[in-house]
Design a protein around this ligand. Structure first.
Ligand code: P6P
Length: 336
């Protein structure tokens, strides 16, 4: 029996969010609709000549790919039509997009990276959409940034879509992680992994080794420890350079993904709000962990909507071993 993402979300909602009156599932349907639109364009990319830069530069100063622009517009449009959305934040927009909705209607804030890893599109490497959903804070009803700058622990739900050999939606609403594979014949996301759990230790570590000379010492030590078999197993290195692809592999196979602070990105390259937080929520719900080298990602108090963070994300064993490399030497001796 097939269960579509809509059916599953409604079942979850009836079980866990009875007060939501369907607004939450209606909101999520805006994301699945946009994801189907985006995947359609990606699948035809080479044929529709949508490859290559759109000629513009986004707020990050990065050359915007045509599909970036399309993906951003698709999400803004589909989510903007949901009355339950009060504020949208996108990697592609410098400022939040607000909708004039009464607080009892506009209950949710959605932050997203519409098409992460888009520089890989021209070489047909998997890319992804990443999103987080927060409740609009009652005591900050009309303060946009206060509503957007919520800690990751405040997430109501988060997820990603990986546009790869198949298109897969992975999401959590705080009660486990569920994956849905798009069935092109049906045109629906169909449940393919129920209550997904990340292996406690994995065969891979994933980091851009070309930057390793600039990694802080704790990363150098951690990688040396993995290479020397200190954690009781050998490792292979896998790095796609597309966050959603590297994370999805880590979710299914186990291991650890790292983007440390580097010379080029002294505070890390990845974005806290719409890359680190949503994936950290999913990782923890699947039994994994996510830290920035000093604290749990989900505990970081954001101060800017586009702020970056170092990120170590993956299986419990590896992330705990990384944390031991971050402690002062005397603490590491006690921890062993
Ligand atoms: P680097 C893609 O541009 C991205 O934002 C993430 O998807 C990916 O993990 C990272 O950058 C790759 O960065 O510096 O290793 O090329």
């Amino acid at each position: 029996m097939i269960i579509t993402a809509q059916q599953h979300i409604l079942q979850q909602q009836q079980a866990y969010f009875p007060e939501a009156e369907g607004t939450f599932s209606w909101l999520l349907s805006g994301i699945t609709l946009a994801a189907k639109m985006i995947q359609g364009k990606i699948r035809q990319a080479a044929l529709l000549d949508v490859l290559g830069a759109a000629g513009a530069v986004n707020v990050q100063g990065e050359a915007q790919q045509k599909l970036d622009v399309y993906a951003n517009q698709a999400l803004l449009h589909c989510l903007g039509l949901r009355d339950s959305v009060a504020i949208l934040v996108s990697e592609e927009n410098e400022e939040p997009v607000t909708f004039d909705r009464a607080p009892e209607t506009g209950k949710y804030v959605v932050v997203f990276d519409p098409l992460d890893g888009s520089s890989n599109i021209d070489v047909n490497v998997s890319v992804g959409t990443i999103f987080s959903i927060y409740r609009r804070q009652t005591d900050h009803r009309d303060k946009v940034h206060a509503n957007v700058l919520q800690k990751g622990v405040q997430q109501v739900a988060s997820g990603y879509v990986v546009y790869g050999a198949s298109t897969i939606l992975v999401y959590t609403a705080g009660r486990g992680v569920f994956a849905f594979t798009l069935d092109p014949e049906v045109g629906a996301f169909v449940l393919s992994h129920e209550n997904l759990k990340m292996p406690s230790q994995g065969p891979y570590y994933s980091v851009n080794e070309a930057q390793s000379a600039g990694f802080p010492s704790e990363y150098q030590q951690f990688i040396a420890n993995m290479r020397s078999g200190l954690f009781g197993r050998s490792y292979n290195s896998r790095y796609v350079g597309s966050l959603v692809a590297d994370f999805h592999r880590t979710m299914l196979k186990g291991g650890v993904f790292m983007y440390p602070s580097t010379k080029a990105y002294p505070t890390g390259k990845l974005r806290l709000l719409y890359e680190a937080n949503p994936l950290a929520f999913i990782a923890e719900q699947a039994g994994g962990m996510a830290v920035d080298g000093h604290q749990r990602i989900l505990d970081i108090q954001p101060t800017d909507i586009h702020q970056r963070t170092p990120l170590v994300l993956g299986s419990r064993v590896e992330v705990e071993e990384f944390q031991k490399c971050c402690l002062p030497v005397e603490a590491v001796v006690q921890a062993r």
